[in-house]
Design a protein around this ligand. Structure first.
Ligand SMILES: Cc1cc2nc3c(=O)[nH]c(=O)nc-3n(C[C@H](O)[C@H](O)[C@H](O)COP(=O)(O)OP(=O)(O)OC[C@H]3O[C@@H](n4cnc5c(N)ncnc54)[C@H](O)[C@@H]3O)c2cc1C
Length: 528
């Protein structure tokens, strides 16, 4: 950004913390609790309310969580993650994830969370409990939203964790001692007080969720801003597997932002009607994958565009399966949609499989900076087994919290006022809205299912143009306010992530798992 002559802002100072956690989804909460249990003074800041993000997505009962049944199953699960991940997952992270899931479930129960289970052994053996993309049953538990929230809230209270809700991370603060470059705090924007706040911290854990915020249609909550990856990049972190993002069919009419239940594909009637075996196959998993022949169905949905593909159900009238009864009740009673009504479905950006590169302790490689949950990558590959994103948040959230607390004990507090860097540029809200809209349009047009060299290079050029438009508009903004500065900083970080994703998608010229290159002629497509 250009630097016009503006008053030099001096952000308000917040009380310092040993460990500052960014994000109040499952990963951030787990990190905050474990850091506090290790004796650290912990502050948690989140763009949404306390208990937000995809972890507490409104309108769902909660999250499925899977793990190995026993040690033998642990080996199989690790091998299956690596296989489904198509060879791009990090083997060490995969083993750490699998080993720590059962202890993390026990930890949650000790905190007071009630984990739901299949009703009985017979229902546990139903095909519906085989995780998406998996080949066998695992240990399945349900993290019900209310119970998890109550258990976390009680732990926060007991451990004295300070919460700064609706406070957005804009930048990290580094010590200016050249010989010991390390993170010493963060610059936040307090959306309620409309002011910048600097908070000194010996360690920071980023648990800010995935990449859905860069897209027009996203099945993540809107407080998942997708700016934290860009901030981490600016402070020496690297990204892994960032081209792999789950894309999920969802309703656009008669209601929007509702996941389309994949198990209902087998009863769907559309035009042209896909072959029966493709619909059966598509009913076994939620997010798009290029690995299976039923990708043809998602490509047909994608071709229908923003208006969505029209579809009706043709449910059986005799020997009605249990699933159909429950599903129709849910459709009619909770969503107000009649079972014979026309639906329109389109693809939504969903959970990210890649993100900030970490080690088994959540360390990013930048001193004092840790990360956990969906903002990170490596423990999943090109496709991810269902129920492992909640597991990832729990396992690496706890590990990152413990490691951040240990690091905080080993370093001195930052001296004096932190150097917060240049925050003298600002964007008007109209300009920020227009640029965000352009970024989402570009990402939705070129970085969803159908990716090509032409589209991705065009998108990269668009992002570069947006960046230069933003610099020009920042220079023209007559009145500097702290809110205007926050808007510019958020967009700058989002554009950095958009550019990194597009670059990774462009570099991967072959289709792999959730990444589909429409110009990869080696991918043989059956007709839909
Ligand atoms: C409808 C739905 C169903 C799902 N079902 C399952 C399932 O059954 N099983 C499963 O394993 N996974 C599931 N997932 C995925 C899973 O929910 C997420 O991957 C996981 O919960 C992410 O947890 P997290 O803590 O890493 O991030 P999130 O829960 O997304 O939390 C992100 C937090 O970061 C904050 N934040 C973002 N940016 C900033 C910023 N710049 N500054 C400050 N705060 C910031 C947000 O306010 C939020 O508090 C589902 C997702 C959705 C949307």
């Amino acid at each position: 950004m250009t630097t016009a002559s503006r008053p030099t802002p001096s952000p308000a100072m917040a009380d310092s913390a040993d460990v500052l956690v960014i994000g109040s989804g499952i990963a951030g909460c787990a990190a905050a609790i474990e850091a506090a249990r290790a004796g650290a003074q912990v502050t948690l800041a989140c763009a949404g309310g306390l208990f937000s993000g995809s972890s507490f997505f409104p309108g769902t009962w909660g999250l499925g969580l899977i793990g190995p049944k026993d040690d033998e199953d642990a080996d199989d699960l690790a091998q299956t993650i690596l296989k489904v991940g198509c060879g791009v997952a990090d083997t060490d992270l995969v083993h750490t994830l699998v080993e720590d899931i059962r202890p993390s479930m026990a930890w949650l129960v000790k905190l007071g969370a009630v984990l739901s289970r299949p009703a009985n052994e017979a229902s546990a053996q139903q095909a519906a409990f085989i995780p998406c993309f998996d080949h066998k049953h695992r240990l399945w538990r349900g993290l019900t939203r209310d119970s998890t929230q109550r258990a976390f809230a009680a732990a926060f209270e007991r451990l004295g964790i300070r919460v700064l809700a609706r406070c957005e991370l804009l930048n990290l603060i580094e010590s200016d001692e050249a010989e010991s470059r390390r993170i010493t705090g963060a610059l936040l924007f307090d959306h309620e007080g409309k002011r910048l706040v600097a908070i000194p911290a010996r360690a920071v854990v980023i648990a800010a969720g995935g990449t859905g915020g860069l897209f027009e249609r996203s099945l993540t909550s809107r407080d998942v801003l997708s700016s934290a990856h860009g901030i981490a990049l600016a402070h020496g972190c690297t990204l892994i597997n960032i081209e792999f993002m789950q894309m999920m069919p969802g309703l656009v009419a008669p209601r929007r932002n509702i996941v389309f239940n994949e198990k209902s594909f087998r009863y769907a009637r559309m035009d042209p009607q896909p072959a029966r075996e493709l619909l059966e196959l598509r009913s076994t998993y939620g997010p798009f994958t290029s690995r299976l022949a039923s990708r043809a169905i998602d490509l047909a949905i994608d071709r229908a565009g923003a208006a969505g593909m029209p579809l009706r159900y043709d449910f059986p009238t005799h020997d009605v399966p249990e699933f159909v009864r429950t599903f129709c009740d849910w459709l009619e009673c909770e969503q107000g949609i009649a079972r014979d009504e026309e639906l329109r479905i389109a693809l939504y950006a969903h959970a990210s499989n890649g993100g900030i590169r970490i080690d088994a302790h959540g360390s990013t490689g930048t001193a004092g900076l840790f990360a956990a949950g969906e903002v990170t990558g490596g423990m999943h590959g090109a496709d991810r087994i269902g129920g492992l994103s909640s597991a990832n948040g729990l396992v690496f959230g706890r590990r990152a919290g413990q490691a951040a607390a240990a690091w905080a004990k080993s370093v001195p507090a930052a001296q004096g006022s932190p150097a917060v860097g240049c925050v003298t540029e600002g964007l008007s809200s109209a300009d920020a809205r227009a640029l965000t809209c352009r970024m989402r349009q570009t990402m939705s047009a070129h970085a969803m299912i159908s990716r090509t060299e032409t589209g991705l290079s065009r998108a990269l050029a668009d992002i570069a143009e947006m960046r230069s438009d933003m610099n020009r508009l920042c220079g023209q903004e007559p009145e500097w306010t702290e809110a205007a500065a926050a808007r510019a900083m958020r967009l700058q970080s989002q554009l950095a992530l958009a550019e990194a994703m597009l670059g990774a998608m462009r570099a991967r010229t072959e289709s792999l798992g959730s990444h589909y290159r429409a110009d990869d002629t080696a991918t043989d497509l059956p007709a839909a």
